[in-house]
Design a protein around this ligand. Structure first.
Ligand SMILES: *Cc1c(COP(=O)(O)O)cnc(C)c1O
Length: 430
């Protein structure tokens, strides 16, 4: 095993040190295709692991409840300034610990309990916090939902895209206080402009949850929702390639309510080490190299989707315009479930996740779909040819799933392949 930059970490705790090393090995010798994951830069990780973890800073810059926040105030101010500049927003809150917290903070800031919200259905690509019965969001607010247009067997017009007529119909029927745009498993571009029109028609607020595509927006390859939405939420760790966490952007008129809903409404002390790491990531995302990266993520996604289609998978929505693809496995092999595909690929060193597809006949624990993404392996330096090779490796593993020799051959090839594209080969360049 190659030595890792983490070898000297936590020397005093052998048990944890060994596990960190094992995870380093896993991340650098297997293919990371989970669409919501990425490889943060060494600088982002250094800030995340910094001395700032010691500091309590309840409140906001200039208005803290504890002393000793002179440095932390500057750090959080820089994070907010870099973020508003990156997306052209009026106001930023960089304290949400995660995307789910950010969404709940927005609902509590701008809605009353029981208010109606119109959002995308979970089983059509939406997120748990968009009103799933399993999420507390559905306990406190009355969610109604929209979905995708029906599927067509026409390559020019494949269907399974967000049904804006249905969004409008539902809005007119239910008169929601808020409309939520954005998704977790949807491979097409989401334009905020038509959502704004519908929101204006019924007097609703518009929240855009750009958790998955924030990096593509920052990199200029997806439309920016900020000019259209009252509030934009996003995670910082997906395509944006920062630390685990989230942020909220909003119009000035909502700033006070949003800030109060995050703290003291929902959270206690902010994670200033994560906020410093977010600031580092926002700076990275403003560089020309990040625009190139974002473009490459999408170019790779096209190449990957084409290669997968040629090898017999059906793509939900007929293709991709972002970093992910949702594969309907039934065309490839009727007996192959999402659960089994995920497990087989895991054994072959390829990490992806099962995912329900629209009108999935199988349960959410089994599913008939697999979600794959290009954000992480693009960070590791892979291009279109490499993604075609990944499609081949996936097919070999899935076809050979009952033969351990084939699985182990693919595993060896994946290990060798990943060795050529180690995302942390320049780790010392913090
Ligand atoms: C990932 C995601 C979230 C939640 O992010 P966490 O950091 O996991 O809480 C919220 N909304 C959407 C659309 C997402 O894809």
């Amino acid at each position: 095993m190659t030595s890792s930059p983490f070898d000297s970490w936590i020397r005093s705790d052998e048990e944890m040190s060994a596990l960190l090393k094992a995870e380093w090995t896993r991340q650098t010798t297997t293919l990371q295709l989970i669409a919501s994951e990425n490889f943060a830069s060494p600088a982002v990780m250094a800030a995340t692991g910094s001395i700032l973890t010691n500091k309590y800073a309840e409140g906001y810059p200039g208005r803290r409840y504890y002393g000793g926040n002179q440095v932390v105030d500057e750090i959080e101010d820089i994070a907010r300034r870099r973020l508003t500049a990156l997306f052209g927003a009026d106001h930023a809150n960089v304290q949400p610990h995660a995307g789910a917290n950010a969404n709940v903070a927005v609902y509590t800031a701008l809605l009353n309990p029981g208010d109606t919200v119109l959002a995308m259905r979970l089983d059509q690509g939406g997120h748990l916090t968009h009103g799933s019965p399993a999420s507390l969001t559905s306990t406190f607010w009355n969610f109604v939902s929209y979905g995708l247009t029906p599927r067509n067997d026409d390559s020019e017009n494949p269907g399974e895209i967000i049904d804006l007529d249905h969004v409008r119909e539902m809005a007119l029927q239910h008169r929601p206080k808020m409309i939520v745009a954005g998704a977790s498993a949807y491979s097409r571009k989401i334009d905020a402009a038509p959502f704004r029109e519908i929101a204006d028609e019924v007097g609703a607020l518009l929240m855009f949850d750009s958790a998955h595509v924030a990096g593509l927006i920052a990199g200029g390859v997806h439309p920016n929702p900020v000019p259209y939405a009252d509030v934009v939420t996003f995670t910082t760790h997906k395509t944006l390639r920062g630390p685990r966490g989230a942020a909220i952007l909003c119009r000035e008129e909502h700033a006070k309510k949003i800030d109060s809903a995050v703290f003291p409404g929902q959270q206690g002390g902010p994670l200033e080490h994560a906020i410093a790491a977010k600031a580092v990531a926002f700076r990275e995302a403003a560089q020309p190299s990040f625009a190139e990266y974002s473009q490459q993520v999408v170019t790779n996604s096209y190449a990957f989707s084409d290669a997968l289609t040629e090898r017999g998978f059906r793509l939900v929505s007929g293709g991709t315009e972002n970093h992910m693809a949702l594969l309907d496995l039934r065309n490839f092999d009727e007996d192959l479930t999402g659960k089994e595909a995920q497990e087989v690929l895991d054994r072959a060193g390829i990490t992806a996740n099962r995912n329900a597809i629209p009108d999935d006949p199988r349960s959410v624990f089994v599913t008939s779909g697999l979600r794959v993404g290009t954000a992480a392996q693009t960070t590791a330096g892979m291009g279109e040819n490499e993604f075609v090779r990944i499609a081949d490796l996936m097919v070999r593993a899935l076809r050979g799933r009952h033969d351990e020799t084939i699985i182990s051959e693919v595993r060896d090839e994946v290990r060798e392949f990943c060795g050529q594209f180690n995302p942390y080969r320049n780790f010392t360049e913090i």
